[in-house]
Design a protein around this ligand. Structure first.
Ligand SMILES: O=C(O)C1=C[C@@H](OP(=O)(O)O)[C@@H](O)[C@H](O)C1
Ligand SMILES: C=C(OP(=O)(O)O)C(=O)O
Length: 424
């Protein structure tokens, strides 16, 4: 475990281009594995989750070639019956665990899906139960899970009130099912914009998913997906840390190649900042977020922007007045419990944050005292906590290497924009 102290900053209107989106990459990699031919992915982010995804599809028989920096070719699986059992390690990735459990259900030989101890605590029941209903043999509702396909198809009820990833995984996996699949949604779908991200990714490979109604989806059977060439757009969540860094340093920040077209909820985080009083300017493909004066607390529903809640809470600590964040019960099932762990850690600074099972209430402008903050092995807490050092130099982030999950170069990126930190 590494510990980092944020020492000082000298941020002055920097320009940043963040790496490619892990969200898009996760989708393209598994869909490419099911497609015929060779897919080329450019601007692929290099991080632990994506490494695990590439390893997983290559274990299933896709041929993965590293062509150049950030360029990978994936030749789709041709033989869905492997000679021996395999065990896939999803490490800390919830997205991969949910997606690959469904995708590997197309194999007619045994596959074991495993993951880190942290990931094993996150729910998988909805995935295993729905796959069983679709004809897959699944031995457990918790990781590690041993399964054997194929996916026969049919009608399945799916509860998407804890995670949208269950549905995204099924939409991708059932493209190859033996007969049509109808998915009937139960409960309120959380993080619903991620479903559109999945549908768009499927469409890029020529796949079809029809929306029969708000609660029913139809996936035609035995689809022949076509390999393609994709330049992975930039990561909208990684961008959030630099927007926040600029505002905390009372300067502006320019994000180049910002993915304005993304359906992912977090791509609209700049609008939340605008509501708090930031100046936001779109210049071609760049987004400039500027400081106009102290930010103001707001009331905001973050149900569809789950992954930038830690960034927002850190900003809210330094805003005037109260920020009330609602509709976030699903944050309990992330790498950490992103309601309880996030707030308990920040309260070590004397922040006085209140929370319930689906909301966080931050009173800005409290007197903060230096303290060590544990990331709780959650990359998003590590990256957000580091930003506090811009206002409170000396803050220490424990378990700082958690950033490797999505953004291993985070500390170097911070250094480049003028935030100095050191490993203790
Ligand atoms: O489909 C995806 O890529 C993701 C969906 C969201 O999860 P939930 O649907 O579980 O909220 C998000 O928090 C996660 O980081 C990635
Ligand atoms: C929750 C996250 O990822 P995952 O669910 O894939 O572990 C995240 O990246 O913030």
């Amino acid at each position: 475990m590494t510990t980092r102290k944020i020492i000082s900053h000298s941020i002055q209107a920097p320009t940043v281009t963040v790496p490619g989106s892990k969200y898009l990459a996760n989708r393209y990699i598994v869909i490419a594995a099911l497609a015929g031919g060779v897919t080329t992915l450019r601007n692929l982010p290099q991080n632990d989750d994506i490494e695990a995804a590439l390893e997983a599809v290559s274990q299933l028989g896709a041929r993965v070639s590293y062509v150049d920096d950030g360029v990978v070719e994936i030749e789709g699986i041709t033989n869905f019956q492997l000679d021996s059992d395999i065990t896939i390690n999803c490490r800390d990735s919830g997205t991969l665990s949910r997606f690959i459990t469904a995708v590997a259900s197309n194999m007619t030989s045994d596959v074991v899906i495993d993951a880190s101890e942290q990931m094993k605590q996150r729910p998988m029941d909805e995935v295993s139960q729905s796959l069983r209903e679709l004809g897959v043999v699944v031995d457990s509702d918790k990781l590690p899970i041993r399964l054997r396909g194929p996916i026969l198809g049919g009608v399945v009820e799916l509860d998407t009130s804890r995670s949208s990833q269950y549905l995204s995984g099924l939409l991708i996996a059932c493209l190859r099912a033996e007969s049509d699949t109808r998915i009937l949604l139960k409960g309120k779908t959380v993080s619903s914009s991620y479903i559109q991200l999945t549908k768009d990714a499927i469409a890029r490979f020529g796949g079809v998913v029809s929306e029969v109604s708000d609660t029913e989806l139809l996936i035609p059977a035995k689809q022949q997906l076509r390999a393609t060439e994709i330049n992975v757009a930039s990561d909208v969540v990684s961008s959030s840390y630099f927007m926040a860094a600029g505002l905390l340093a009372e300067t502006s920040i320019r994000l180049e190649s910002f993915d304005f077209e993304s359906p992912q909820g977090e791509s609209q985080f700049y609008m939340v900042l605008e509501k708090m009083g930031a100046e936001v300017v779109k210049q071609g493909e760049s987004l400039v977020v500027g400081y106009k004066g102290p930010l103001k607390g707001i009331d905001v529903d973050m149900g569809d922007m789950p992954d930038v809640v830690p960034t927002l809470v850190v900003l809210a600590l330094f805003a005037e007045g109260k920020t009330n964040i609602t509709n976030i019960a699903h944050l309990a099932f992330k790498e950490s419990n992103r309601i309880v762990d996030l707030c308990d850690q920040l309260n070590r600074l004397g922040a006085n944050i209140e929370y319930s099972n689906d909301s966080i209430h931050v009173s800005g402008g409290q007197d903060l005292q230096l303290s060590n903050l544990s990331s709780c092995h959650d990359h998003r807490l590590a990256m957000s906590f580091a930003l506090i050092g811009i206002r409170l130099p000396g803050v220490v982030v424990e378990d700082a290497q958690a950033v490797e999950k999505s953004f291993p170069l985070y500390w170097e990126f911070l250094e480049k924009i003028g935030v100095k930190s050191e490993e203790l």
